[in-house]
Design a protein around this ligand. Structure first.
Ligand code: ARG
Length: 460
């Protein structure tokens, strides 16, 4: 016969392989703190409504606290026979305090228990992740202000387009993260609801006070429907969607950093401590950190698909399938925390190779649009101006000259509207300074945008 806590109706022991196959303790034990906190709140609520007496509550509380310190000090014997974190802790409680331990599970099921635990766990992790996101944005804004005047080529189609400032480019990254941050906080609202008291699926016959246990656990409110409470994992999917998009952003930053550190671009330097070498090629310094972050976006996006697929055919209410929510969720949390830490540490340590960025911006006719705008200001329709500048560029390609290298006479071959003052708009500084409006790349605007961004971070 089985000696499982649920073994009353069983006539033979669980197959040894099935025991291992159905167990989750190897990974869900990381929820122990939240499981204990959930149990403490449940017990307190049971005492408040008279299901437990004061002495029983006291025994349960001190037993659970002892178990918490046993686990923390490594003196806890996790058992696969006891299946999951919940039954491991409950059985240890009964071993410690005797029959009162068996009363803890009154009016509760592992179904509402596990849903409560994951929400408590995720809420804590969300708060850590939000702080790390903010630290990364602070780093980006710090470098953006430092590099507000640093000119680099801006690209479309990865072809030189128009000059921009490096600070402006970094603030573009920070904007992506601002949206991620607001998605994360929005997700937190739906994480922070208490399923405790939904019991197995239908609620319970005891006179429970769900609002009280929700309040003890810092939840905003009890969830509305017991069937939904034990089967909903939307909050985990939302968190994964946030994470996948965050990793998509970090992967895009990574791609640019990898390109920029190459000898061909030569725009930036990453400190040696964020790079590694080659075991065969002595000259190599590889940008491993951004490469790995780019690579890790794959597993995080994969976990989102796993969770969506996990949920899509489940009938109400709880199904054992749900046990499969934990590994993707935990790995998502671990991965994005590591990637955010790597980036938050690394970004402030980036150095810009200003001369080389500037040289790249000078090549590729990046001020061609400025010349067209100059002609338009002198009265020429934009399409005609486009044509004139196109011809000047063709001449530049033939003769190996940038627009700003040509003499006034050379430029005037294409239009007699061009005067000496054209050279003011053909410089890189003139080009960026002219884009002087909210969201534009002018150094003055970059500084103002950095100020606004800092104020937003300070108000978080
Ligand atoms: N280990 C389970 C899980 O992760 C806990 C809930 C089990 N409930 C059940 N009725 N078997 O989902």
């Amino acid at each position: 016969k089985t000696n499982q806590q649920w073994g009353g109706r069983f006539t033979e022991a669980t197959d040894a392989f099935v025991e291992r196959f159905t167990a989750s303790v190897s990974f869900d034990r990381r929820l122990y703190n939240h499981d204990i906190n959930g149990s403490l709140a449940h017990a307190k609520m049971l005492a408040k409504v008279g299901v437990l007496n004061a002495e029983e509550l006291e025994q349960i509380e001190s037993g659970l606290e002892q178990i918490r310190s046993d686990i923390q000090s490594g003196n806890f014997n996790w058992s696969v026979q006891l299946e999951d974190v919940h039954m491991n802790i409950e059985s240890a409680l009964t071993a410690k305090i005797g029959i009162t331990g068996k009363k803890l599970h009154t009016g509760r099921s592992r179904n509402d228990q596990v849903a409560t635990d994951i929400r408590l766990y995720l809420r804590d992790e969300i708060d850590l992740i939000a702080a790390e996101l903010t630290r990364l944005q602070e780093g980006l804004i710090f470098v953006a202000e430092r590099e507000a005047d640093t000119i680099m080529p801006g690209f479309t189609h990865l072809q030189t387009a128009q000059p921009v400032t490096f600070g402006h480019h970094l603030l573009a990254w920070s904007e992506m993260l601002s949206r991620d941050y607001s998605r994360l906080l929005d997700c937190r609202k739906r994480v922070n609801q208490s399923p405790l008291g939904a019991a197995a699926l239908a609620g319970t016959t005891y006179p429970i006070d769900r609002a009280y246990s929700a309040e003890l656990l810092g939840f905003e409110a009890p969830t509305e429907n017991s069937l939904d409470s034990v089967s909903d994992r939307d909050f985990a999917i939302e968190f994964s969607a946030f994470s996948a998009l965050l990793m998509t952003h970090l992967s895009r930053f990574s791609e640019e950093l990898v390109l920029w550190t190459s000898a061909q671009f030569n725009f930036i330097d990453l400190p040696d401590r964020f790079c590694t070498g080659s075991s065969i090629m002595p000259q190599k310094k590889n940008p491993d950190v951004p490469e790995l972050v780019r690579g890790k976006s794959g597993r995080v996006t994969g976990h989102l698909i796993s969770l969506l697929t996990l949920m899509k055919s489940q009938p109400l209410a709880y199904n054992k399938d749900n046990q499969e929510d934990k590994e993707p969720l935990f790995d998502t949390v671990d991965t994005i925390k590591d990637c955010l830490k790597a980036y938050a540490d690394m970004i402030p340590a980036i150095t810009a190779k200003k001369e080389s960025m500037r040289e790249a911006a000078r090549r590729g006719f990046s001020t061609a649009t400025d010349l067209a705008d100059y002609l338009v200001r002198a009265g020429m329709p934009f399409r005609d101006a486009h044509e004139v500048v196109g011809k000047s560029v063709a001449y530049g390609i033939d003769t190996g000259k940038d627009l700003s290298d040509m003499t006034l006479e050379e430029l005037q071959q294409f239009s007699d509207t061009i005067e000496q003052d054209v050279f003011e708009v053909l410089t890189l500084e003139g080009s960026v300074a002219a884009r002087d409006h909210i969201g534009g790349t002018a150094p003055r605007q970059v500084r103002a945008a950095a100020q606004r961004a800092k104020q937003l971070l300070a108000s978080r």
